[in-house]
Design a protein around this ligand. Sequence first.
Ligand SMILES: Nc1nc2c(ncn2[C@@H]2O[C@H](COP(=O)(O)OP(=O)(O)OP(=O)(O)O)[C@@H](O)[C@H]2O)c(=O)[nH]1
Ligand SMILES: [Mg+2]
Length: 300
Amino acid sequence: MAKGFRSGFVALVGRPNVGKSTLLNAILGTKVAITSGMPQTTRHRVLGVAHSPQAQIVFVDTPGFHLAETCLGEWMLDSAKTEGSEADIAVMVVDASLKPNEEDRLVADFLRQEVQAPKLLVLNKVDKVKPKELLLPRIEAYRQLADFQEVFPVSAKDGSNLKELVARLRQMLPEGTPYFPEDQVSDQDQERLAEEIIREKVLRCTYREVPHAVAIQLEECRPAHNKGNLQYLRAVIYVEREGQKHIILGRKGEKLRDIGAAARQELEDLFGQKVYLDLWIKTKENWRDRPDWLRALGYE
Ligand SMILES: Nc1nc2c(ncn2[C@@H]2O[C@H](COP(=O)(O)OP(=O)(O)OP(=O)(O)O)[C@@H](O)[C@H]2O)c(=O)[nH]1
Ligand SMILES: [Mg+2]
């Protein structure tokens, strides 16, 4: 290890839908976290490791800050706060194309009151700011929310200013040894990522309250018997009410087929082989407010 090597944890915190997970994937150049246009996409914190000869940045993607209405929501908020307060650097990510709102203020209050570590402000989605003259007043409006050391306008979509952001984060990290081996980019195993990929496809294919009521449980993941190079996956899509089951199924099962096809394509890249995906839908009344079910589904 080079002398003067730096390493540490950088938490990405912010309200839902500002692009924290997209930003992490763009920085790493690979998908470790799922993304969607639906708020509250991220439920578990996900680690993403950026390696370089001089430093190792362990990014922590967190659930978006929001006014929680369910036990699951409270668990997500607690998890975001824990990660934010334990990191070496806290990065508040905001949507540059929108004015600060109530949820942004929730994040800022937390940063001011509970975070001692250096704070950076990242205004994402600058590609959407039009006219461009709006950017400076927007930066000012967000900058006032907490005592940020620096501000970076970026776009996770087109990659602008990401290199500069990462270079600055490397300089700010404390000296220390790497936390992860060089070939590891995330702490999430293949099976958990497979569940997340299926959930992402459900999020992207459904609307309104349905996506929030969905959880995925992978029940089986193994090579298919007598089928050569084929991986067999059986997963259950849990919903909270019977009606939601029909929405996900769609007319003549069309929607479920679309979800399965989209997920299978990505799962084949993940496993590096053909995948047979067996999807089931089950109802678990109000699972988001039931501690036993939250635990069973991995939210603990
Ligand atoms: N135009 C534009 N869209 C972006 C950019 N970054 C993210 N998005 C979009 O914003 C939406 C939300 O992205 P996510 O990465 O899921 O947001 P998040 O902050 O992780 O959201 P939660 O997990 O719900 O907290 C997606 O539709 C992304 O494609 C960007 O730089 N420019
Ligand atoms: Mg996210």
